[in-house]
Ligand binder design. Structure first.
Ligand SMILES: Nc1nc2c(ncn2[C@@H]2O[C@H](COP(=O)(O)OP(=O)(O)OP(=O)(O)O)[C@@H](O)[C@H]2O)c(=O)[nH]1
Length: 438
């Protein structure tokens, strides 16, 4: 019987040589290029590819026809034959013409970094939103790469990378059909986005404090979410184990509940089509009151990873959000003060498996929540103002002092500003410094 779920499609084993081109411009940052190639190995293995070896080509500039140049193509062909390879995976994005020329010259399947990442996403997508987003990204990648009548799609009929995913059967369509399908997917996405916005608004109305876990892929975001909330989110020592955002309630030491959301991992050179297609998901980060930026501090490259995440956050417009950096996996390494100083704002050095560290995370969130709040002293006969406070934010604590009610509220800046003329005179700053000596 034919299986329809993409998880169980029999895997066509790719035996691949991984190729990276270092141009003069990139040479200045050789370390990053080398790291990118190592990462490509991890990505390929995550996608189920057998990696035969890696190959680097130094060149002044890319070759418009074959990307790496004729001589290197000949060398690659020889190695593919010697090692019985059937695939070449390139660390940079290739044009449609380059793919066709390389295919003609090498007679193996040609994949680039973007296509590989899209393939992993296609295997991971589980929700309707994730599936739509991946298919949209795959087709947007494919469309400008089709030649003539789209006959080159035949190369995908063999299955494996580039042919897998939610839109699998649809990848065999011609150009016109692909355009129609992209329009259809965009429409369906609008519906999904509308739902998401409604859902977010509802959550905002409910006044919940929202915290988003962001970070480079494999940094430990899902583990932290699971450990903090006893959730059951898929954790794997693999890249992009989580694709769809997962939200859970988390109770803080003071008894308040907040919403903690795990998001898709970031990676360098995240394909542009993917960022565009996943905007709806990534925008969850924009709604957060606080970002927990998880860093795998056991990696030599963790500073570079941090910068990449910060750059993506900037692209999303989330750069000015409050951040706490969590230098995770401290059980595996010693992170120096100097390295941690590079964090934006506050930071904690933690291990997701250490109970005391988990408490520290909760306390840090609690501190932010409380520092976001104001105390008000409202005379008992001003019931309307008390009701108003419940509308402009989340009431954290109440107390009574003689005839006055003391109310601590995490105010929603916009709503508060509109009502400040009524409320400002009742702000009570003395209350915040609890236990202060007179
Ligand atoms: N030693 C150690 N391992 C950890 C720690 N936190 C997470 N891990 C491991 O790191 C790997 C990745 O963890 P995940 O929680 O899946 O990472 P993620 O950031 O959600 O990954 P993506 O879904 O790829 O974005 C898993 O094997 C975890 O067990 C930690 O503090 N110490």
């Amino acid at each position: 019987m034919k299986q329809t779920t993409h998880h169980v499609i029999p895997h066509i084993l790719e035996r691949a040589i991984l190729v990276s081109l270092v141009t003069q411009k990139e040479k200045r940052n050789e370390f990053l290029t080398e790291y990118s190639l190592q990462e490509l190995v991890a990505l390929a293995e995550t996608a189920g590819v057998q990696v035969l070896e890696t190959m680097t080509q130094n060149k002044d500039a890319k070759d418009s026809k074959t990307f790496i140049g004729k001589g290197k193509v000949a060398e690659l062909k020889l190695r593919l034959e010697e090692l019985d390879g059937n695939t070449a995976i390139f660390d940079q994005e290739l044009s449609g013409a380059q793919v066709r020329n390389l295919e003609a010259a090498l007679d193996v399947k040609i994949i680039d970094r973007t296509q590989l990442i899209l393939d992993i996403f296609a295997q991971r997508a589980n929700t309707r939103e994730g599936i739509l987003q991946v298919e949209l990204a795959q087709l947007s990648y494919l469309l400008p790469r089709l030649s003539g009548q789209g006959k080159n799609l035949a190369r995908l009929n063999g299955g494996g990378i580039g042919a897998r995913g939610p839109g699998e059967t649809k990848l065999e369509m011609d150009r016109r059909h692909i355009r129609d399908r992209i329009d259809e997917l965009k429409q369906q996405m609008q519906e999904v986005v509308r739902h998401r916005v409604l859902h977010r608004e509802r959550r905002k109305k409910a006044g919940a404090f929202q915290v988003a876990l962001v970070g480079y892929t494999n940094a430990g975001k899902s583990t932290i979410l699971n450990q903090l909330t006893h959730a059951d989110v898929y954790v794997q020592n693999q890249l992009f184990a989580t694709l769809d955002p997962t939200s859970r309630n988390l109770k803080l030491p003071n008894g308040k509940e907040i919403i903690l959301t795990d998001t898709v991992g970031f990676i360098q050179n995240l394909p542009h089509d993917l960022i565009a297609s996943f905007r709806a998901t990534l925008e969850e980060v924009l709604e957060a009151d606080l970002i927990l930026h998880v860093v795998d501090s056991s990696l030599e490259m963790h500073m570079e990873q941090m910068n990449i995440v910060n750059a993506v956050l900037k692209e999303l417009g989330a750069r000015d959000k409050e951040q706490i950096t969590l230098f995770n996996k401290s059980d595996l390494c010693v992170t120096t003060e100097g390295q941690m100083d590079a964090a934006e704002g506050e930071f904690l050095r933690i291990s997701a498996f250490n109970e005391a560290d988990l408490e520290l995370i909760k306390l840090a969130i609690q501190e932010k929540l409380v520092s976001d709040s104001k105390w008000f002293r409202i005379p008992a006969n001003k019931g309307d103002l008390i009701a108003l406070l419940y509308r402009v934010g989340e009431v954290l604590e109440t107390d009574v002092d003689g005839d006055d009610m003391l109310i601590q509220v995490r105010v929603n800046a916009g709503d508060y500003a509109k009502n400040a003329y009524l409320l400002a005179t009742y702000e009570d700053n003395g209350q915040v410094e609890e236990g202060a000596t007179v």
